[in-house]
Each structure stands twice: as C-alpha cells, then as structure tokens.
Ligand binder design. Structure first.
Ligand SMILES: C[S@@+](CC[C@H](N)C(=O)[O-])C[C@H]1O[C@@H](n2cnc3c(N)ncnc32)[C@H](O)[C@@H]1O
Length: 408
C-alpha cells in the first residue's frame, strides 16, 4: 500500500494538502480543531494536566503541518515539556511541514511512513489524526493502530468527513472519475476547473453553498474535494462504530452544540421528545435535521476510560477563550451583552444578563473559577449558575475551554 502505485500517496505527492506557503508562515498562526492545546487539556486531561511532565504527541497523517505547527508554537509559548512527532506517507507534504517549522525555529521528530506503523514509534499521550482515517483502505485498522499507539491515560483527537454537509461532493467525485479519471492529475484539475464553471443550477455542489474548497483552496483544494481517489464520509453512528471497532470510546464532539437536536427543532413537543434520547441517538438526529455538518471533530480514549476526561465547571477549573474567534466573542459579550455565532449557515444568537456578561472581563486563562468569583465578589451558588449561562453556549461551539496549564 505504501508504494508509488497507491493512488492516495500519488495524490499527496502531487498535491500536498492543504496548500501552505512556508514563506508566509510567520504572517499568521493557523489555528484549528482538533488539537488546540487548550482543547487537548479540556477533552483528554480534565483541564488539569501538568504540562511540566513529559508529554509525547503524534500528528498522524500530519500533511503540510497545520496541527503540528499550531501545537509546537503554542506549547513553546507555554514552555510545556512536549515531544512532538510527525508521521505522513507523503514526502512532499513533510517538506512543507518541515519548512514551516523551521521558519518558526520549532522542532519535531519526523517519520515518513504508513499510519499503521504508529505503534512502532509510540506510545503517545496524545494523537492528532485530522482528515486522514477516511482516506485509508481500512479506516478501522488505522484507528486500531492509533489506539495501540496510545500511552495509558492518553487520548485521540480526530476529524473525519460527514455525509450530509458534503451533499453534492460524492456524486461529483463519481462523475469526474468517469469523465477525467484516466488523465494525469494536472489534466484532471484543468478539466475539473472548466466543468465547475458551467454546472447546471440543479447540480448538488451548486446547491450546497457551504462547500468552498474547490473555489478557495486552489488546485490542491479541487483535487482533495472532487478528485480524491479514496474518500468516504461517516455519519454520527459511523463515528461511534469506527471508535468501537478500534477499542476506543468517544469522549465528546468538539462542538457539542451542533449535536443537540433541541438546537435545531423548533416545535416544543418534538424538542421534548428529542430531549429523552440517549446521547448517540440524539447526536445522530441532530446531524440529520441540521444537514450541515461537513466534518466530525471529536475526542476519544481507550474503551472504558472516558469517565472524568472532559473538564467540568468547578472551582479549580481555569477557563480560556480559544483562538481569535473566542476572543472576538468575549469582546462582543462585554460590549453588546450577547453574541451571534454562525457556522455553515446556522446562526445562534444569545443574550446574557449584564452581570453574567461582565464575567468575561475576569477570564484571562490564569484565574480559576474560585478566583474569578472572589474577584467579582459573587456568592458561590449564584456565581456558578451565572457562569453556566455564559459557559454553555460558548462550550457548545468550542469557544471556551478549561485548562489550568498546571505547572507552567
Ligand atoms: C487531507 S490531508 C490532512 C493533513 C493534515 N492532517 C491536516 O489536517 O491538515 C491527509 C494526509 O494524510 C496522509 N495519509 C493518507 N493516508 C496515509 C497513510 N496510510 N499513512 C500515512 N499518511 C497518510 C496524506 O499523505 C495527507 O498528507
């Protein structure tokens, strides 16, 4: 599978994805999910990991380096004791990732090879696997290899494609395979560009305005979206099944709010009915009704070890806003007493009582909830009730995460 004949390897040698220019690396740090260090702490280590303890991390299918560079930079800024490893079968992708890391003066251990070899270089306390499993000939074997590469207490952050939000993509892949599949990759891209400028209004891709990669992400984006030789999507039940088959257990989706059917059902009687469903069925229902999930980003741990992994609201938890989007929302909450959040066509608007909105000014990634309460002069019970009102909508969209950054 790992030879030049593998069409997926050939694709990523010709079109490393996502396309990144190391010369522009220092302009901006690309932040993403899974694997923002605040998320890792929140979903795998209860928000309380001691980052002075040695932590081994693998980026499996690291591509052009987005997750690797993000983690390396943030952990370096924190002064965390992290040993980062990169594994990918594409040498062209690795070269780009290496140049990006060099541009920032950051280092990692580099491995070129198949994801199935991850256990040979483990064990790891955390593994990132973003946008890779759905391209493997046997995704269950890939997930199981990652599970075997985990150290005790470790966990996985992953992204796989989701079917309904990618409506329009798969019939175009099938159509293009017939029409241009025998051409050289560059020719395929050229033909595809011409085809997509003149598609009928009835075409599935034209009818799905939330798919952008073929418009915005250059030739590599076109190839990855429409010409991929091996690409499958997982619905919620498929994600649970994939984890189960690998001996893993889902801890949480990174944006729990997108998996809540009550957020997408307006009718009260039906909302109440949805509220009685067990978590997997509820999430599967939300996915089908919202229809706009293009990917599933989630965290998983070895089966039977999920309890206590996700950070919870308690006195010693330290809240942090995640990335520029989280910080912009914090400002909006303070300035306007609420926020509006849009994602793939779904908009959520929340107003918060002024006193609750005021809590955002005390969230600095250092103070614990106990310290924030003391600073603002609240009694414990009303403070926790008020904080929950602020926390739930931000938690729903992965905009605030608990990490005490212990030891740093
Ligand atoms: C869509 S890219 C995602 C890259 C990166 N994880 C990201 O999110 O930006 C998929 C990557 O997985 C790698 N890949 C696919 N199958 C692999 C395998 N069996 N072993 C190692 N790497 C693989 C490809 O070479 C490619 O770089």
């Amino acid at each position: 599978m790992m030879n030049g004949a593998d069409p997926v390897k050939r694709q990523y040698e010709a079109y490393p994805y996502p396309a990144r220019d190391p010369a522009k690396e220092t302009d901006e740090l690309v932040i993403g999910s899974p694997s923002h260090p605040l998320e890792i702490d929140h979903f795998i280590f209860g928000g309380q990991r001691d980052w002075t303890q040695p932590t081994r991390i693998l980026v499996a299918g690291g591509g052009t380096g987005d997750a690797l560079v993000m983690m390396a930079q943030i952990f370096a800024d924190w002064g965390a004791n992290v040993d980062l490893h990169y594994l990918d079968m594409s040498e062209a992708s690795r070269k780009i990732a290496e140049a990006r890391m060099a541009a920032r003066g950051l280092s990692a251990t580099w491995h070129t090879g198949d994801l199935l070899t991850a256990p040979d270089i483990g064990p790891f306390d955390y593994i990132d696997c973003c946008g890779v499993l759905h391209h493997l000939p046997d995704p269950e074997a890939g997930a199981a290899a990652l599970a075997r590469a985990l150290a005790p207490g470790g966990g996985l952050g992953a992204m796989v494609y989701a079917p309904y939000g990618r409506a329009g993509v798969y019939e175009m892949q099938d159509a293009l395979r017939v029409l241009v599949g025998d051409d050289e990759p560059e020719k395929q891209v050229e033909h595809t560009k011409r085809l997509i400028t003149s598609l009928p209004q009835t075409n599935g891709l034209v009818r799905n305005p939330y798919i952008h990669d073929h418009v915005e992400a250059g030739d590599a984006g076109i190839y990855d979206l429409l010409l991929h030789s091996r690409d499958r999507a997982y619905d919620v039940d498929g994600v649970y099944g994939l984890m189960e088959a690998a001996g893993l257990e889902l801890v949480s989706f990174a944006m729990p709010g997108r998996y809540n059917p009550r957020a997408v059902i307006a009718d009260q009687e039906l909302r109440d009915r949805a509220g009685t469903l067990p978590p997997q069925q509820a999430a599967a229902l939300a996915e089908r009704i919202s229809g706009n999930l293009k990917t599933h980003v989630f965290y998983a741990v070895p089966k039977g070890s999920a309890e206590g992994r996700v950070a919870e609201v308690h006195g010693s938890a330290v809240p942090n806003f995640v990335g520029p989007r989280g910080h912009a929302l914090a400002k909006s909450i303070w300035d306007k007493g609420g926020f509006t959040f849009s994602m793939d066509g779904l908009t959520v608007q929340r107003n918060l009582p002024k006193a609750v909105a005021g809590m955002v000014t005390a969230i600095d990634g250092k103070r614990s909830l106990n310290e924030i309460r003391a600073k603002l002069g609240w009694e414990t019970k009303p403070f926790l009730q008020g904080f929950n009102n602020l926390y739930q909508p931000l938690n729903n969209f992965n905009l605030v995460r608990f990490s005490a950054r212990r030891g740093l």
